[in-house]
Design a protein around this ligand. Structure first.
Ligand code: ADP
Ligand code: 5GP
Length: 202
């Protein structure tokens, strides 16, 4: 059985990662990994759907047990990708999508160079501010703090495989879908299977 592919999407807070990922799940057969976090749920966020919301102690126990593919401290909280689910899905041939911050993405790329990292960038800082404010989930201080991280995050972009500008949502979704499809057609992935099949027939 061929392994599934691992895709990572990151970008500044408010870039539209959650929105784009939701649409990708409608377009393609891909599993979104549900992260674990010590952050408190926002209104409407459901345990086991948005995140697994856990205590600091529970999170640290999992770190010690080696249960994360990657984890990082983002703002004041810890976020991590639970390892077993991702590995199981990949081994079943299922593609997996991680929506994680730049530190996590670079750690994943270092450990799994075959992972495909996509950076989602809003068309401008002014638009990023508008989206982050308009979402209404953060206090004005938290908005400023998140915007303040943008410079550091953008500096990481050169380590990514792709950059997609999220101006028009549908166009951004189409581009990410195209990237995922194109990655499946890479000669370096899975051609052995086809070579063998042809050899049997020739
Ligand atoms: P992130 O997950 O990157 O923090 P969200 O997906 O929560 O960002 O998007 C932030 C806000 O911007 C949301 O209110 C969302 O509806 C809006 N948004 C996302 N993509 C677009 C887009 N292409 N055009 C306009 N608004 C967008
Ligand atoms: P939020 O609090 O807005 O849901 O997420 C804050 C940041 O944490 C976002 O940049 C998001 O991509 C990132 N994040 C969410 N889950 C994970 C994870 O499992 N690992 C890492 N490294 N970052 C994550």
């Amino acid at each position: 059985m061929e392994q599934g592919l691992l895709f990572v999407i990151s970008g500044p807070s408010g870039a539209g990662k959650g929105t784009v990922c939701e649409r990708i799940l409608e377009e393609l057969e891909i599993q979104l990994s549900i992260s674990m976090t010590t952050r408190k749920p926002r209104q409407g966020e459901v345990h086991g759907v948005s995140y697994y919301f856990v205590s600091h102690e529970e999170f640290q126990e999992r770190v010690k047990a080696g249960g994360f593919l990657e984890y990082a401290q983002v703002y004041d909280n810890f976020y991590g990708t639970p390892k077993p689910m991702v590995m199981e899905q990949l081994s079943k041939g299922q593609d997996v999508l991680l929506e994680i911050d730049t530190q996590g993405a670079l750690n994943v790329k270092a450990a799994y160079p075959e992972a495909v990292a996509i950076f989602l960038l809003p068309p401008s800082l002014a638009e990023l501010r508008r989206r982050l404010t308009g979402r209404g989930t953060e206090t004005p201080e938290a908005v400023e703090r998140r915007l303040g991280e943008t410079r550091r995050e953008i500096a990481c972009m050169t380590k990514y495989d792709y950059c997609v500008i999220n101006d028009d949502l549908e166009e951004a979704v189409e581009r990410v879908v195209s990237i995922i499809k194109a990655e499946h057609s890479r000669v370096s992935r899975g051609t052995q299977h086809w070579i063998k099949r042809y050899e049997e027939e020739l």
